[in-house]
Design a binder for this molecule. Structure first.
Ligand code: PLP
Length: 359
């Protein structure tokens, strides 16, 4: 298998792929693949409900929360959130931490109204703003954060307090990577394709009371209350993706739940950052120390030419996905939950070797 450092879709646990392969053609002795079944049948519904329950259980069974499975990626949530929550005369307040926060902000501007509650643009988005500098607008319907900026490689160490308005988080690139208190949030969303499974499904964890009734002028499929009332079965769900999410959640349980996964992730990130910091400047971490992501490790070398050579040499050794995002350049190793420690060790050995070959 490749050493897969892709930013998304990203590596899946090998055991999950193997289990899925074993039951790919004949699921639970039905004579059918899960992909071929009716989503209204008992077998699929049991998988669907199991995935929702398992996710809540991994999060400590927070009271009053529901899990929704929606399509259209996290990008559709960028639109659904302001459509469902911003009323006349209100805005959504956004903490501007980088490329994904900006996309979410732009959608809110189109649909309702958007306000910047804080920004680290003056630091080229290489740090998360001080929590004390984050101020939602007086007429804010919610405060929106991007818990991990996939492109810049920054991550909140702690979350801001949104006071009396709901805190909404795009956790697409770090959901279930560490323990956290769901009760701080009104709504959390994440495209599955990094830490939860394959692409095709977006997971929304939401306080039920927030979405009991959506404004009446929103198209049916874009209303949260449609998905809530129909247990995310209003239309045909991405059934195979939901099944895979359930399998990934089982695997997370086997890793010791969020505490177990967090310990492994911190270990992996420390190995890589220590290597970068100890390279005498040959490799340079991009994000500020206190804002470094344990999921997306961004770094640079002395020149773009050297970075190109690095990516090429790495590819020849079986390392995939190390090129930084096209908008910022440089290098990035995405080390999501499913990337094993051995891959990081192999990368760190390769980095050492590459440095030596450069004299
Ligand atoms: N938000 C973050 C933090 C992301 O990393 C991504 C994708 O990489 C998105 C949103 C967009 O997700 P999607 O492609 O599922 O719309």
């Amino acid at each position: 298998r490749a050493y897969n450092f892709n930013a998304g879709p990203a590596a899946l646990p090998l055991t999950v792929l193997e289990r899925a392969q074993a039951e790919f053609v004949d699921f639970r002795e039905s004579g059918m693949s899960i992909m071929e079944m009716s989503h209204r049948g008992a077998i699929y519904e049991s998988v669907h409900n199991e995935a929702q329950e398992r996710l809540l259980s991994l999060l400590g069974n927070p009271q009053g929360y529901k899990v929704l499975f929606i399509q259209g990626g996290a990008s559709t949530q960028f639109a659904m959130i302001p459509m469902n929550f911003v009323s006349e005369g209100q805005v959504g307040s956004y903490v501007m931490t980088g490329s994904w926060a900006e996309k979410a902000f732009k959608e809110a501007k189109l649909v309702g109204g958007a306000h910047a509650a804080a920004s680290s643009e003056d630091k080229k988005f290489l740090a998360i703003p001080e929590l004390s500098s984050i101020k939602a607008a007086d007429n804010a319907a919610y405060l929106h954060i991007t818990s991990n900026e996939t492109i810049e490689g920054t991550q909140y160490a702690e979350y801001p307090d949104s006071g009396s308005i709901p805190l909404i988080a795009d956790m697409s690139s770090d959901i279930l990577s560490r323990s956290f208190d769901v009760n701080q949030f009104g709504l959390i969303y994440a495209g599955a394709q990094k830490n939860l499974g394959p692409s095709g499904v977006t997971v929304v964890i939401v306080k039920e009371e927030l979405i009991a009734k959506s404004p009446s002028n929103i198209p049916t499929i874009l209303r949260y209350d449609t998905h809530l009332k129909n247990n995310s079965l209003y239309n045909t769900p991405p059934s195979f993706s939901v099944y895979m999410v359930n399998e990934v959640l089982k695997w997370i349980e086997e890793q010791g739940g969020l505490a177990g996964i967090e310990a492994k992730n911190r270990d992996k990130a420390a190995l890589l950052y220590n290597h970068i910091d100890g390279s005498g400047g040959f490799y340079r971490g991009v994000a500020e120390a206190g804002s470094r992501s344990i999921m997306n490790v961004t770094f640079r070398m002395q020149s773009e030419e050297l970075e190109k050579q690095f990516v090429k040499a790495a590819e020849q050794e079986g390392f995939v996905g190390l090129k930084g995002h096209r908008s910022v350049g440089g290098l990035r190793a995405s080390i999501y939950n499913a990337v094993p420690h051995e891959s990081i060790k192999a990368l760190s050995d390769f980095m050492k070797h590459f440095q030596q070959t450069q004299g």
